[in-house]
Design a protein. Structure first.
Length: 290
């Protein structure tokens, strides 16, 4: 196994684990925050790309460019949905649901990539589903619209888009991480520009801008360079295991700094989700590629 790639993936997940904390300090809505992130990351990665000289030797293959564009669309939607979830629910709950992504990778691989799935893995998927029900607490909602406004749907969609990002990104091997992420963040700018409300940037404090630029340069540019550079060099099982660094950091920050305390059933749901995901990873007969 590539030790350098594992370190880069671990570091990227550890930094990304603080994104929820940063998001709450920016003072702007989800879509506008993602838009700024895309601009910062495009400038940051474009500069790195030029200085490294990598742009001179890029291997542009039509299939990979198209795949990168589609991957970029899912990546941007993943960000928007996750930040929308942060607006509606606690970081711990949103991150727990978001990290159903490895389960979606397993399901998509089974349904569309003809990868085998065992009965035990299917049971683990059911356990994760039950965990998500305990986390959100269906009994607490008096109407369907109230459930939709809870943030669960946004977190669920972000997990689905994250899974698609992992699956599509893993199949790209000729483009450099610079080129790949530069294309994707540029796609994000083009996608979001027509929907921007630029009035939300008026009256922001220096602290707001510190966290906004932090999410753009560090959590987007730097983190996604590390993420995609290591993605192609690791097996899907290892990737699925290392993404747990992200929720561990996020939950620690949420409970220690923001003083979030989940209810008993929510805690049980969190354990069900992560227990089910870990089980799918450690079982020898449930490998999902790589």
């Amino acid at each position: 196994m590539n030790g350098t790639a594992m370190f880069k993936m671990t570091l990227s997940m550890a930094i990304f684990g603080s994104i929820g904390f940063f998001t709450g300090k920016t003072g702007i809505p989800a879509a506008e925050l993602v838009f700024v992130r895309c601009i910062c990351a495009t400038l940051f990665l474009g500069l790195c790309w030029l200085l490294s000289g990598q742009y001179k030797v890029e291997d542009w293959q039509k299939r990979e460019v198209l795949q990168t564009i589609v991957c970029g669309i899912f990546l941007v939607l993943n960000w928007v949905f996750l930040f929308k979830a942060f607006e509606e629910m606690s970081i711990t709950i949103a991150i727990s649901i978001y990290n159903l992504a490895p389960i979606f990778v397993l399901l998509i691989g089974s349904l569309f990539l003809k990868e085998k799935i065992s009965i035990t893995s299917l049971l683990a998927i059911i356990v994760c589903f039950l965990g998500s029900i305990f986390i959100i607490g269906i009994k607490d909602f008096s109407s369907w619209s109230e459930f939709l406004d809870s943030g669960f749907v946004w977190a669920f969609l972000s997990a689905l888009c994250y899974a698609m990002t992992m699956l599509l990104g893993k199949g790209i091997s000729h483009m450099s991480a610079y080129a790949m992420t530069f294309v994707q963040t540029t796609i994000g700018i083009l996608m979001l520009f027509p929907f921007m409300n630029f009035e939300v940037f008026q009256g922001l404090t220096e602290t707001n801008w510190f966290y906004i630029l932090g999410t753009g340069l560090i959590h987007t540019g730097f983190v996604y360079y590390l993420f995609f550079d290591s993605l192609r060099k690791l097996s899907t099982v290892i990737i699925s295991a290392l993404v747990f660094v992200d929720p561990v950091v996020a939950i620690l920050l949420d409970t220690i700094i923001l003083d979030f305390r989940p209810a008993l059933l929510q805690t049980f749901g969190i354990f069900l989700i992560f227990g089910g995901i870990i089980y799918t990873i450690i079982k020898p007969n449930t490998s999902i590629g790589g």
